[in-house]
Design a protein around this ligand. Sequence first.
Ligand code: FAD
Length: 357
Amino acid sequence: MSRPRIAVIGAGMSGLAAAITLQTAGADVTVIEKSRGLGGRVASRRVGDIVVDHGAQNIKPGDSLLHEVMTTRLSSKDLVRIEKPVCLWSPPGTIHTPDEEYNSALKYSYYGGINTIARLLAFELQQLGGTVSLNATARHFTENEQGVELFDVNNSTLGEFRGVVVSAPLPQAADFVANSAPFTAHPINVLDRVRSLRQIEYRSCITVMLGYYRIPATPDLYALLAADRSADLLWLAFESCKGSGHSKGTHEVLVAQMGARFSKYCYLEEDAITASRVIAEVESLLGSEFKSPDWYQVKRWRYSQPVGMVYFDDANPAGSEGALLVCGDGLRPNGGKIHEAYLSGIEAGNRAKLLWL
Ligand SMILES: Cc1cc2nc3c(=O)[nH]c(=O)nc-3n(C[C@H](O)[C@H](O)[C@H](O)COP(=O)(O)OP(=O)(O)OC[C@H]3O[C@@H](n4cnc5c(N)ncnc54)[C@H](O)[C@@H]3O)c2cc1C
């Protein structure tokens, strides 16, 4: 008997987890990803010969399933434990002693960039026979008796499937589902689901990377976190703490993540202006040695982390799922975390198994 074809939209942590769960259970899974790389918000980029994590900063899986997966099934020599502490800071530039409770949780990245975790998951999926299709944006589906047909933004078909799992951030998932509603058997049910997905907003976040072709004298810590979470400079991390791939022993890159208010009001600002504001903040915190980076890059995250959550069963009401399931970090308590997104993908994969296999 042929394997039922299932589409997963999004190659972030939740989509890849759903895809592997389903492929392992006997489906033929195609992951459709709009960008040219894997990982979604678990993002790394190359600048010259070094790698910078410019989205999620570290994986703090606690004792969740993801910790077990990272250290056993996907065990890799590339995994790096970040040993140095995170310290709180408060204005005008006071750095507090490390918070032991906060720092007792293990923090990880990878020598080749934090998105290595997504590359390992995608490799596993492909070994199992699944497919990842990059640079393909799903816009909507139409429902038929066998399942769904999926279309891209040019209205070209992406294939026919028994079901589709959508793992985009919830506002984007809502757009996809709303676009599809007219082509489904029960549009009102589908639009009810859109309403529950739209309940959750996502914060935006501006990330600024500052590169130095030298190793400045830095405090003995991995990152600074603002004691007042409404501060403009929320997070400032030293990438060299993640090993040689992130610094080559000769560079330092600071990753600044800006607070919700700053990110909202400066979202449309020119890169040079945003970078100069951030450099001024960094200089006042760390001193004049950080005044003149050799390069900077700015990345804007329209959907960074969810504010609140929708329960999985509200987004996917039992009996009304049809050929559609939604997953992602907005469907988890304490969402906006890599290990929570991973768990959401497993949850969707397990529900899809019951419905479609
Ligand atoms: C700046 C920042 C810092 C963060 N820091 C941390 C941290 O330190 N630790 C931590 O645990 N978490 C952190 N997070 C949160 C964490 O990255 C997310 O919770 C998690 O990665 C979400 O995974 P996901 O699979 O649910 O969604 P995503 O990673 O967003 O994956 C969704 C994927 O779907 C794709 N997609 C969307 N629409 C379509 C479409 N129509 N067609 C095809 N593909 C589509 C997207 O391109 C994306 O690849 C941070 C996030 C950001 C942005």
